[in-house]
Design a binder for this molecule. Structure first.
Ligand SMILES: NC(=O)c1ccc[n+]([C@@H]2O[C@H](COP(=O)([O-])OP(=O)(O)OC[C@H]3O[C@@H](n4cnc5c(N)ncnc54)[C@H](OP(=O)(O)O)[C@@H]3O)[C@@H](O)[C@H]2O)c1
Length: 263
């Protein structure tokens, strides 16, 4: 049987790059998607050389609607069927609502919500019914907890969570496995590394490394797990979030964020 092919969005760096490497290490061919000039050709060469899989790159801005159909038209023209879609590309931030521009929020909402929904639609339309297909949507624990300074980002991740859970119910009998990955903080780039380094206690214990998250995500996806939460402390946080009354959670958040939150 021919190898599986996976589309990974936001593959040039951070978690997306780790997910691409994890898939390649399992002998899965790749379609890597990221913004132009983000180093995709070099990454593709590295993967081809070290893992011996086929790699296609697609450099495009996923906030542009035409990019989704162009991607799938390209795959069709090359007679490639994607068996796996990893909706990873996303734009995070940590700022007071008034401090970011309208343009920033528009881009964040488009990349974090519209792109995964429309890519999923096009992906499902081309899957081979004879083979199992996999959809991995990258959410965040920020979509479960109410965190000041993550107001729009967290809302987009709640959207992804709802969307994924609904699809899981709608497509329960189909030959497709749909997983929601909800990581806590990940050390994906220098500024996050610095910020995470300054955390203490439980907050620090929730931070994970991208390679570890990628391993748990792909492992869980192939096991058909519906929810994947990397890290023991993060799993515990989700349980606590479900059982603690709202006013206690608000008190905890306020006390933890006292040095930075406007009260
Ligand atoms: N880091 C965390 O703490 C954390 C925690 C929970 C969940 N997540 C989620 O994990 C995912 C990856 O996060 P990350 O921290 O790895 O992000 P990242 O390091 O900023 O990487 C984002 C990727 O998306 C690409 N990208 C950005 N804008 C794009 C656009 N308009 N069109 C196409 N590609 C675009 C970037 O390309 P360029 O290289 O060209 O910019 C990059 O490859 C996101 O969905 C995020 O919400 C992250």
């Amino acid at each position: 049987m021919s190898r599986l092919t996976a589309i990974v969005t936001g593959a040039s760096e951070g978690l997306g790059k780790s997910l691409a490497l994890e898939l390649a290490s399992r002998q899965i061919d790749l379609v890597l998607v990221s913004l132009p000039a983000s180093g995709l050709p070099e990454l593709a060469n590295f993967i081809r050389k070290n893992f011996g899989v086929e790699v296609i790159i697609f450099e495009a801005d996923l906030t542009l609607t035409e990019s989704y159909s162009t991607l799938f038209a390209l795959l069709k023209s090359e007679s490639i069927t994607a068996h796996i879609l990893v909706n990873n590309a996303g734009l995070g931030n940590w700022a007071w609502f008034e401090d970011m521009s309208i343009g920033f929020y528009k881009k964040q909402i488009e990349l974090n919500t519209i792109a995964p929904v429309l890519l999923t639609h096009l992906f499902l339309a081309q899957i081979d019914e004879e083979r199992r297909a996999y959809l991995l949507n990258v959410g965040s624990l920020a979509g479960r907890f109410v965190v000041p300074k993550k107001q729009v980002y967290g809302a987009t991740k709640s959207f992804i969570s709802y969307f994924t859970r609904c699809l899981q119910l709608e497509m329960d009998r189909a030959n497709i496995s749909i997983s929601l990955l909800s990581p806590g903080g990940i050390n994906t780039k220098p500024e996050l590394l610095v910020m995470n380094h300054n955390l203490t206690g439980i907050a620090k214990a929730t931070i994970t490394e991208p390679d570890r998250v990628a391993y748990e995500a792909i492992h869980g996806m192939f096991l058909g797990k519906k929810k994947i939460i990397p890290g023991g402390v993060n799993k515990l946080m989700v349980v606590l979030n479900a059982i603690l009354p709202g006013f206690i959670k608000d008190m905890i958040i306020r006390s933890k964020l006292k040095p930075v939150v406007k009260m």
